[in-house]
Write a protein that binds this ligand. Structure first.
Ligand SMILES: Cc1cc2nc3c(=O)[nH]c(=O)nc-3n(C[C@H](O)[C@H](O)[C@H](O)COP(=O)(O)OP(=O)(O)OC[C@H]3O[C@@H](n4cnc5c(N)ncnc54)[C@H](O)[C@@H]3O)c2cc1C
Length: 282
């Protein structure tokens, strides 16, 4: 059965996977990896642009125990497919803080470790004790150093599947966590297009006094549209699906944004969004 990946990305674009599987245990992941096909794992597709032509790989989406989360002492043990929202809920119920920064990051633990997701000064590298990573050769616990976590980056490669992780948290009263999360969500809603289909920040912030968003705004790109995709009128470092977007439209917008930033500021913007399939940002 050919599964269309547009169902699994928050932008709502992307073509079919060569094969698609939803393993629910480490043993199932290991068996799938041993088939020797190229493999890519997706989480909630919230940082993902998938080629319109599809992906010539076995695409995995983790479920069952690999999407569960539980608390042991001050450690959150989660499957690689566990949603950040579920993890944050478990942590808050147990009176454990530290993961509040992830309240507005609509992804999974595996996706968060892949790019060391973060917000409001927090990121995965600050909490991660270790991650359980499966490959065709076997499954091992890796430390943050072995994963090479830095600003929105890890050394993980497709074919390495984050099946689990342990995050070290600290005691914090649930009511305090609730208030902190509410405040962060208010800030987020004021600044970003939270009610539109996007994939979060398009570009990493450059080493420049202007953030990527401010730079693209100054380039006059707010509201700029190609096909069914547009640069958000609210925040220029977001691309929205304005109805019938294709991945090619988003890529064309990114190319235009890069061209203008280079021309006006001499800055080469680097994309934060992950690409899946035979596509590139020019
Ligand atoms: C409205 C909105 C706001 C956002 N805000 C932020 C923010 O503040 N900060 C931030 O950092 N990000 C933000 N993002 C981007 C995104 O939510 C994060 O990058 C998130 O961590 C991606 O997780 P995911 O599970 O959706 O991964 P996906 O998008 O599904 O995948 C991203 C990459 O991770 C890999 N991957 C996913 N799961 C696994 C796994 N189990 N094992 C191995 N590889 C895996 C994929 O192959 C892909 O390369 C935002 C996105 C949206 C839509």
């Amino acid at each position: 059965m050919s599964v269309h990946l547009s169902r699994y990305t928050t932008l709502g674009t992307g073509g079919p996977a060569r094969e698609f599987a939803q393993p629910t245990s480490v043993a199932e992941v290991e068996a799938l990896l041993r088939r020797g096909l190229p493999v890519a794992t997706i989480g909630l597709g919230s940082n993902l642009l998938v080629a319109d032509e599809g992906v010539d790989a076995l695409v995995l989406k983790l479920g069952g125990e690999l999407a569960a989360a539980e608390i042991h002492g001050d450690v959150l043990r989660a499957g690689g497919g566990a949603a950040n929202a579920v993890c944050l809920h478990r942590a808050r119920s147990a009176g454990l803080g530290g993961f509040e920064f992830a309240c507005a990051i609509p992804g999974t633990i595996g996706g968060g470790i892949w790019m060391n997701a973060g917000a409001y000064g927090g990121d995965f590298s600050q909490l991660l004790a270790r991650a359980l990573v499966a490959t065709a050769e076997g499954t091992d616990w890796l430390t943050p150093e072995e994963l090479g976590l830095s600003y929105r980056h890890s050394r993980l490669q497709h074919g390495q599947v984050v099946v689990g992780a342990e995050l070290r948290l600290h005691p914090r009263p649930p009511d305090e966590i609730k208030v902190a999360v509410r405040e962060l969500n208010v800030q987020r809603k004021a600044a970003q297009p939270t009610n539109r289909r996007t994939f979060g920040s398009v570009f990493k912030n450059p080493d420049h006094e202007l953030s990527a968003g401010r730079m693209l705004e100054a380039c006059g790109l707010k509201g700029y549209r190609i096909g069914g995709a547009q640069i958000s009128p609210k925040h220029a470092n977001f691309i929205e699906n304005a109805g019938d977007a294709r991945t090619a439209d988003a890529l064309a917008l990114m190319a235009e944004a890069r061209r203008r930033a280079r021309e006006q500021y001499g800055v080469d913007l680097v994309h934060e969004v992950e690409l899946l399939g035979d596509i590139e940002v020019t």
